[in-house]
Design a protein around this ligand. Sequence first.
Ligand SMILES: [Zn+2]
Ligand SMILES: [Zn+2]
Length: 273
Amino acid sequence: MIALSALGSGSGGNAFLLDTPEGVLMIDAGFSARELARRVGAVGIDPSRITAIVLTHEHGDHATGARRLAGQLGIPVVATEGTLRALGLDPAAPRVPLRSASITEVGPFAIESCRILHDAAEPTAVAIEAAGVRIGFAYDLGRPTVGLRHLLRGCDGLVLEANYDEVMLRTSDYPPSVQHRIAGSGGHLSNRAAGELLGDLWHEDLSVVVLAHLSRQCNDAAVARRTVAELLDARGFRGTIAVATQDAPLGPLPVAPGPAKLRMTAQAELELF
Ligand SMILES: [Zn+2]
Ligand SMILES: [Zn+2]
């Protein structure tokens, strides 16, 4: 069992926590160190239990508090070489480089990453395994690549960007050039694109979906949830769809290894005896 919390998500800051009995991992740190500590406390976790901070990329809404919080807690920042360089960590600050197509172990967590298309130094999506549970995180991406689909396959929980509603974007005050950039391949995933990707990724162990990085101007939590639920439920999904918001933490949401995985384990044990 693992517990997933969203400390907040959106263009004003993103941060998530995975809580296991052996330690807590922070994924992105896009609020000030003080605000991160406050929100960690608000979901009932002692910040001293955080073992590392994983960063998807160096943009302020994902990394602004990372250096200070990692320094205060004496824990490493885990990110691609490009992100670590762009972050400008102190030379002596602990760090763990993430390399695509390999698994990085940090405490009880096994972390895999995949390069995504975004205007940052070396941005990634990540999938993290601990306590028999796999959880994927993907946002700030214009379109899902083959590599991303591969990374996110088989996850028990998924945190995925549902940035904008297509009609709300088209009728927004954004000039056409900005609308184009948001909807382009280096921009963001719409609610419909997120729902279609989730539908493709659906399997019977997928039990928790958190929609993330919603636009304040061009989206609405109820619209995002409805659009994704229609596409995902049609595939047979019966789990939880939650929406992470900018201002208040969400969770903790328990994510257990799915029944299919438990059955596989039971089968493997039977074969052993
Ligand atoms: Zn970004
Ligand atoms: Zn972002």
